[in-house]
Every structure is written in structure tokens, then in C-alpha cells.
Design a protein around this ligand. Structure first.
Ligand code: GLV
Length: 328
């Protein structure tokens, strides 16, 4: 019997390609060529499965051109590259890669918070530029993390991981806002109190964004929300580009309407708003919150497991649109 044809759209771990090859006829973009949408469609046209990494847009136009496609397995927890409605209408299963990256991503959220509040990269640039000639009492004075109020917008698994780090490790007061409130036991475990979005923005010393992107969360933080924040506050975005209005943020940072920001994700990435590149009080990283090799391997393996399970007639581990599954 011939093996199902699967496209791996970006370069990934060779051992995961080898595993996929045991089950599928694999076309792999191991040279990591940058494909336009038309090129992606050309490669996907005859495939039944796709291994995607979060950057490949799967929408009605692509689905119409790829009638054999049955499943797209994302190697990312976020799946805003998928038009889930169009995929469901076309009977194409979508899977993502949650859980395996939770703690690694929460570690990074905390690292970015600390680097931002304590001005680590800004002061390093100063030192490397040879500007450090003498000590001064207020040199790169930042904001405290310990004992401060940590506001988390989006309290899924990663948000909860950040809450635990803040509350248990740094004695922070944790407040959060989410579509739905956590149950009492989880709130107690995270030592987190539910507040309105407005109260969170007004009272938090550090605001961390961990909510999923959707048209409804577009520009959750814009000029009006930034205006609610304390002038001493920091803003951290490890969620998705588009959740923050980057142009409005650059203005708020330049005018010191908030103290600092740490951004791992950007509107239109890998492009970064030029105004963000020219303000000093922002820490910028290239979408690396889940980037440790063990975690990236676990994410790739989970995407591969989803493909293998699906084509073996088993229930994939992390389906998103279960209604298209024969096995629910
Ligand atoms: C990374 O941003 C992910 O969604 O996994």
C-alpha cells in the first residue's frame, strides 16, 4: 500500500523527518526556502498531510487548491495561521502543539520581564559601546520585580506558569484577567486574583500578555490601554504580534508614558516597527519564547505524533476542530 504524502513546510529536526519517513512519503523543505503562498500551494497540491510551523497561512484559497489535504499539524501552540472555519468547512483537521512548551515559555516570559524591568539589554549596549566610564547612584535604575504587582492578561497554561513563578518565587501579588475565571483551586495554586482588564492595567507594575491572537484580541493593547498603565509600568508581550498596537507602543515608550516593554512577538514579524528599533527602553527578541532544543523537539514530535495517529485511524493527541474527526 502506498504511503500518504506529507509536506514538511519548514526545516525541522532530521530525526523527526526520519520518523515521518517511516510512515509517509515525505517532501521536506530542509533547505528552509522561503515560500510564497503560491509556492506553498504548489508543494502542497498533491499532499494529504501538512506539517506546519506557525507561519504558513492555511485558508480557503489554499484549501481549494489542495483538495487531497486532510490534516495540518502545527508545531506551535498558537494557530492563528489556520483559518479554522475554512478548514472545518473543507473537512481538514487542524492540530496544534500545546503543553510541551508551557514551562519553557513561562521561563522565557519571566526572563523577558526581568531583563526589561532591570534594563539588562539597555545597560549591556551602553557597556559594549564603551560608554561606562564611572558609576553613578541612579545608573540604569529599574523597577523591582519582588513584591511588585504582576498583571497577567490571558490565564491559560503559560499564564499560570508565569503566575506561579511570580507568586511563589518572587513574592509578587498576582492579578489576572481572562475570558473565563479559573476555578478556585487553580486560583489558589497560582495565588492569583481575578480583576477586570481596566483594573489590571491601572494597578499592575508589570503587565504580561499571554492571550491567543484572534480578530477579537487584535490591538488588545493600544493607545487607550497604554494610557491606563502606570508611568512606571512594564509591558511584556510573549503572545502574538497584533495583540499590541506596536506603533502606539513605540510612542508611549518614547514619551515615557510607560517605563519599558519587552517584546518577543511583533505585528508583521519578522519585520519590526522601525520606531521600536529606535527607542532604548524596549527589549526585543525574535519570537524565541519556546526556543530550547528539548522543547522544540517535543513540539515537533507532538506534531509528528498527530500526523501518525491521524493516518493510522487513531485519535490525534491535540486536535483543534474535532468535529471533522471520524473518531471523536
Ligand atoms: C509559539 O509562538 C507558539 O505558538 O508555539
Amino acid at each position: 500500500m502506498s504511503k500518504p504524502k506529507v509536506l514538511v513546510a519548514r526545516a525541522i529536526f532530521p530525526e523527526v523527518i526520519a520518523r515521518l519517513e517511516q510512515h509517509f512519503e515525505v517532501e521536506a523543505n530542509q533547505n528552509d526556502e522561503t515560500w510564497s503562498k503560491t509556492q506553498l500551494i504548489e508543494h502542497l497540491r498533491d499532499k494529504e498531510g501538512a506539517f506546519t510551523t506557525g507561519g504558513e497561512r492555511i485558508d480557503a484559497e489554499l484549501l481549494a487548491a489542495c483538495p487531497a489535504l486532510k490534516i495540518c499539524a502545527n508545531m506551535a501552540v498558537g494557530y492563528n495561521n489556520f483559518d479554522i472555519e475554512a478548514m472545518t468547512a473543507a473537512g481538514v483537521l487542524a492540530t496544534n502543539a500545546p503543553d510541551v512548551l508551557t514551562e519553557t515559555t513561562a521561563d522565557f516570559g519571566f526572563a523577558l520581564l526581568m531583563a526589561t524591568a532591570r534594563r539588562i539589554t539597555e545597560s549591556e549596549h551602553y557597556l559594549r559601546a564603551g560608554k561606562w566610564n564611572k558609576w553613578s547612584y541612579d545608573m540604569f535604575a529599574g523597577s523591582d520585580i519582588h513584591g511588585a504587582t504582576l498583571g497577567i492578561l490571558g490565564m491559560g497554561r503559560i499564564g499560570q506558569g508565569i503566575a506561579r513563578r511570580g507568586a511563589h518565587g518572587f513574592g509578587m501579588k498576582v492579578i489576572y484577567h481572562n475570558r473565563s475565571r479559573l476555578d478556585v483551586a487553580l486560583e489558589a495554586d497560582c495565588k492569583a486574583s481575578y480583576v477586570s482588564k481596566e483594573a489590571l492595567l491601572k494597578t499592575a507594575d508589570h503587565v504580561v500578555l499571554v492571550l491567543p491572537y484572534s480578530p477579537a484580541s487584535h490591538h488588545t493593547i493600544g493607545a487607550a490601554e497604554l494610557a491606563l498603565m502606570k508611568p512606571t509600568a512594564t509591558l511584556i508581550n510573549i503572545a502574538r504580534g497584533g495583540i499590541v498596537d506596536d506603533a502606539a507602543l513605540a510612542v508611549a515608550l518614547r514619551e515615557k508614558r510607560i517605563a519599558a516593554a519587552g517584546l518577543d512577538v511583533f505585528e508583521g514579524e519578522p519585520r519590526v516597527h522601525p520606531d521600536l528599533l529606535s527607542v532604548p527602553n524596549v527589549v526585543l527578541t525574535p519570537h524565541i519564547a519556546s526556543a530550547t532544543l528539548p522543547t522544540r523537539l517535543a513540539m515537533a514530535s507532538l506534531a509528528a505524533d498527530n500526523l501518525v495517529a491521524f493516518f493510522s485511524g487513531k485519535r490525534p493527541l491535540t486536535p483543534l476542530n474535532v468535529s471533522v474527526l471520524a473518531i471523536k
